[in-house]
Design a protein around this ligand. Structure first.
Ligand code: URA
Ligand code: ZN
Length: 379
């Protein structure tokens, strides 16, 4: 039997989340056109909501691929994917205002909803829970402890803003502690990108290209190195983070960050007070970091593998984003094929390494028990 394939990076908006966004009229929101023949529009990115466009042309059309478990499984069958680890897509619950409702209650609904979606296809669907990051710290920790008990939850997904000031904020420590204690990996995923001005005055001519291809991965890169500099991985040595999009530029820039740290005179007094050496970036990559394989090239995948080890890179699709541009989703998606081909090329002489990245590494990290017959067929 062929080796199982697991999609570690695949999103869904469960119905409880769709209801929340449909009741809103500012980002993030779902715009329902007056003509029911037209698809509703999902407006989540700051760049989506340009006042120069009517709401019916903003963002992207949102169809069943974003919302339905049946569509997810059909996509998996079409691409020979044995199991998927679903995560709520951006912007999660980052935007929830605690003065107009209880974020913890909202998160409970969404996580129960996600768990129930997985229960429809046991052995094929698993999920990362979402956290009510605008709730009181004890409520966030309580949700971490609660989701550990949900049968299909295998970790959590977070954006890079944390409880408001980023993932290096000391107010995140109780969360890292709880996640470490519960053994729940944290999937760090971008949403905010970089300030749009860095892309220059002609940025709108290329639509989402610059924010998605550069802004997203650089956001993740910065978030990770900020965590490293704040000593998160030294305080919580057992914390497991999975970085989206192969860690962005993390594999390429790790050496430069390490060198800058070693040559930064202003950090010497603090280092001396802390007893000498700072843990190296390479050590942290080795013990705390997993990378997804959503990088669309063998060169990127080789860099990811070099940085964290071939048993810590996990294949994914980013479905339902990056659908075929001709609007025909029934055939093979080019974005999926490109990521499979990258594995095949990077691991041309290492069949076991390829099997690891395509599925076995995720099975091992998350303790997945696949159903009978889920051998997978991606070749
Ligand atoms: N991929 C995502 O996960 N989110 C987006 O908004 C776009 C691409
Ligand atoms: Zn994604």
């Amino acid at each position: 039997m062929a080796s199982p394939t697991v999609d570690i990076h695949t999103h869904i908006y469960p119905s409880s989340y769709i209801r929340l966004l449909s009741a809103r009229s500012s980002t993030p929101y779902i715009y329902a056109p007056a003509d029911p023949a037209e698809c509703p529009r999902l407006i989540i990115l700051p760049t989506d909501d340009s006042p120069s466009l009517p709401p019916s042309s903003r963002g992207r059309p949102i169809d069943g691929t974003y919302t339905s478990a049946a569509a997810k499984v059909a996509f998996m069958d079409q691409h020979g994917i044995s199991a998927s680890v679903l995560s709520l897509a951006n912007p999660w619950l980052d935007w929830l205002d605690p003065s107009s409702g209880d974020p913890a209650a909202v998160a409970r609904d969404i996580n129960d909803d996600l768990n129930a979606v997985c229960a429809l296809h046991p052995g094929r669907l698993w999920c990362f829970a979402t956290l009510p990051l605008s709730a009181r710290p004890e409520s966030i920790v309580a949700e971490i402890r609660r989701v550990k008990g949900l049968p299909f939850v295998r970790g959590v997904i977070v954006g890079t803003s944390g409880v408001g000031d980023g993932l290096d904020d000391a107010r995140m420590d109780p969360l890292w502690e709880a996640l470490e204690q519960e053994g729940l990996p944290v999937f760090v995923h971008p949403h905010y990108g970089l300030p749009s001005e860095v892309f220059g005055p002609r940025r709108e001519e290329s639509g989402h290209v610059l924010p998605l291809s550069l802004g997203f991965p650089l956001e993740t890169t910065i978030a990770f190195f900020r965590m490293y500099l704040a000593g998160v991985f030294s305080r919580f040595g057992g914390l497991k983070v999975l970085l989206a999009h192969a860690g962005g530029a993390v594999p390429f820039l790790a050496g430069r960050v390490q060198s800058c740290v070693r040559h930064e005179r202003s950090s010497l007094p603090a280092l001396a007070r802390a007893g000498g050496e700072r843990e190296s970036v390479w050590n942290v990559l080795d013990k705390n970091v997993w990378l997804d394989g959503v990088v669309y090239s063998a060169a990127g995948l080789r860099a990811a593998t070099e940085a964290v080890g071939k048993d810590k890179v996990l294949w994914g699709t980013d479905h339902p984003f990056f659908p075929p541009v001709d609007g025909k989703g029934e055939g093979e998606w080019e974005s999926v094929r490109t990521n499979v081909d990258a594995v095949r090329e990077a691991f041309r002489d290492d069949e076991n390494g390829a099997r690891g990245v395509l599925g076995m590494n995720a099975i091992r990290l998350l303790g997945l028990k696949l159903g009978p017959g889920e051998g997978g067929t991606l070749e």
